[in-house]
Write a protein that binds this ligand. Structure first.
Ligand code: ZN
Length: 119
C-alpha cells in the first residue's frame, strides 16, 4: 500500500520523511505542535475531496463551533455536491441556526444532495 503524505500547511504532496516542505518552506515539526482542532479546521481546505468530507463529519460529531466560519468559507465557492452535502450537514449539526444562511448561500443552485436536508 502506498501512503500519500501532504504538507499540513499548503497540502502539496510531500515525502513521508521530509521536515521542511519544498513548496512552502514550512517546518512540519512546527505544525505538529498546532492544536488538533486547528489542524482539523485547516483540513477543510484540503484539495482532495475525501478530506474535507471526512473532516466535516468529524466536526459535526464534535459540534465544533469555531469551525463555522471556515465551513461557510469553503461552502461559498464549492462545486462538488458531496463536499457541499458534508459541509451543510456539519453546519446544521453544529448549530441549527446555520440553516438559513446555508439556504441563502446555495439559493441560486441547490444541489440535489442537500435538497432534502434544507427542506
Ligand atoms: Zn507546504
Amino acid at each position: 500500500m502506498i501512503v500519500t503524505y501532504f504538507c499540513l500547511n499548503c497540502w502539496n504532496e510531500i515525502d513521508k520523511d521530509i521536515t521542511i516542505c519544498p513548496y512552502c518552506g514550512v517546518d512540519q515539526r512546527e505544525l505538529d505542535k498546532i492544536e488538533f482542532n486547528e489542524k482539523l479546521i485547516r483540513a477543510i481546505y484540503h484539495p482532495e475531496p475525501e478530506t474535507p468530507i471526512r473532516v466535516a463529519n468529524i466536526l459535526a460529531k464534535l459540534k465544533l463551533k469555531s469551525a463555522i466560519p471556515d465551513l461557510f468559507n469553503r461552502l461559498v465557492n464549492e462545486k462538488d455536491p458531496y463536499i457541499i452535502k458534508a459541509i451543510v450537514e456539519a453546519l446544521i449539526e453544529i448549530d441549527i441556526d446555520n440553516k438559513e444562511r446555508v439556504k441563502n448561500i446555495l439559493s441560486k443552485q441547490i444541489p440535489v444532495t442537500v435538497k432534502k436536508i434544507l427542506e
